[in-house]
Design a binder for this molecule. Structure first.
Ligand code: ATP
Ligand code: MG
Length: 363
């Protein structure tokens, strides 16, 4: 017998984080009766405003609540010009990534009928891909460890790229399993490994580990691509890809590129997933320019909540949650396709509340 109630640690954060989280909680509440499950959503403080008020940007009690919950739903954090006492930026999501070992950064992108994207080719209506970014090592291993040797004209700066067998194998396994899950949902179920194996020892090693892991998934077709060619192809023919997996820095860059394919920041959901914990949040930031106006597009956060339900469905063997995820995606897609709503960032007039109402009515 699977669970009927799930605890969700909710960290709204700053700016529009608060607005898109409230919007998403309303959608989850509307779903509860329909799928016969309860979501115990409890809000916890974190972020720049909490820091300004005299707290920590990520209080220990909030971190403990994240560890204790079944899943974490995260808004956005940070305010212009607010920094920690030591001058560093307030990025609790990075702290959580390391504290909970969330090694797979998952960025799905799809186009929606009724919402214009940036590509004129009619095949762009078929874009439906997921980028999996390794999130604990790669070139980001250099963060806080860089060094400059010498001075003046002779100065030389160095950063280190670290690729480990363990770190690569686990994220490649994640991408290969994701391809199997997508195949079960009628998608291609293919993995493109993105690297620069022709130039870097570290990337040649990454490719070797990918190939080794791919042998354990004989049912998943795989291919290799160099990251420079991938940047070109993600603009020229993004509809040709299903699951992409890559190193941390390449993933950082390509995830912004694919977010653009959906036509707006408010359409890009994301998840940071580890073996024991998972955090779901929109790919966008706190958008200080529109905060408090009630016009933020909540779609990215609503779609992140659908990813959360899919993750919980697999983890707890609870098919009702997978049905819930599909219901949310369908309600949002229908609202756009029937032009019941159009977000402001697409030139429409719909407020955050209008979009929530359309999704809730659809459910
Ligand atoms: P961060 O450093 O946290 O990534 P940022 O300043 O780079 O923040 P965002 O906060 O994501 O980026 O904002 C970038 C632009 O996109 C802003 O003009 C913002 O208004 C817009 N934007 C971001 N999210 C949304 C949303 N959900 N709905 C509408 N517009 C958005
Ligand atoms: Mg940004």
């Amino acid at each position: 017998m699977s669970k009927t109630s799930y605890s969700i640690a909710v960290l709204p954060g700053d700016g529009i984080g608060v607005e898109v989280i409230d919007a998403t909680l309303a959608v989850l509440r509307a779903l509860e009766g329909r799928i016969g499950r309860r979501f115990e959503c409890v809000k916890h403080p974190a972020g720049a405003q909490h820091y300004l008020n005299g707290g920590d940007s990520l209080p220990d009690s909030t971190l403990a609540a994240c560890r204790a919950a079944d899943a974490i739903l995260f808004g956005a954090m940070g305010l212009p010009d607010v920094r920690q006492k030591d001058g560093t930026e307030i990025i609790p999501q990075l702290d959580l990534r390391f504290a909970l070992d969330l090694y797979a950064g998952v960025r799905p992108i799809r186009t929606f009928a009724g919402l214009p994207g940036p590509l004129a080719d009619p095949r762009a209506a078929q874009i439906d891909l997921v980028l999996v970014r390794e999130s604990t090592e790669g070139l980001f291993y250099a963060r806080g460890r860089g060094r400059i040797e010498g001075a003046g004209d002779a100065a030389e700066a160095f950063d280190t790229m670290k690729i480990t067998h363990k770190g690569t194998a686990r994220v490649c396994d994640f991408a290969l399993k994701l391809a199997q899950q997508r195949k079960a949902r009628g998608k291609p179920g293919r993995v493109t490994n993105v690297d620069k194996a022709n130039v870097f020892q570290s990337m040649a090693f990454w490719r070797q580990v990918f190939d080794e892991r791919a042998k354990a998934f004989p049912d998943v077709p795989t291919e290799h691509a160099y990251v420079d060619a991938m940047a070109l192809n993600l603009v020229m023919k993004p509809w040709a890809y299903d699951v992409l997996v890559t190193e941390n820095m390449f993933g950082d860059i390509l995830s912004d590129l694919i977010a653009a394919l959906a036509g707006g920041m408010g359409m890009a959901p994301s998840a940071d997933i580890g073996d024991d914990y998972a955090l779901f949040q929109p790919a966008h930031g706190t958008a200080p320019d529109i905060a408090g106006l009630g016009v933020a597009n909540p779609s990215a956060t609503i779609l992140s909540a659908a990813m959360m339900l899919d993750w919980l469905a697999h983890r707890h063997g609870d098919a009702a949650l997978g049905d819930g995820a599909r219901a949310i995606e369908d309600a949002l897609a229908t609202a756009f396709a029937k032009e019941l709503v159009r977000p402001r960032e697409f030139g429409g007039k719909s407020s955050t509340a209008d979009i929530v109402r359309a999704v809730v009515d659809g459910l």
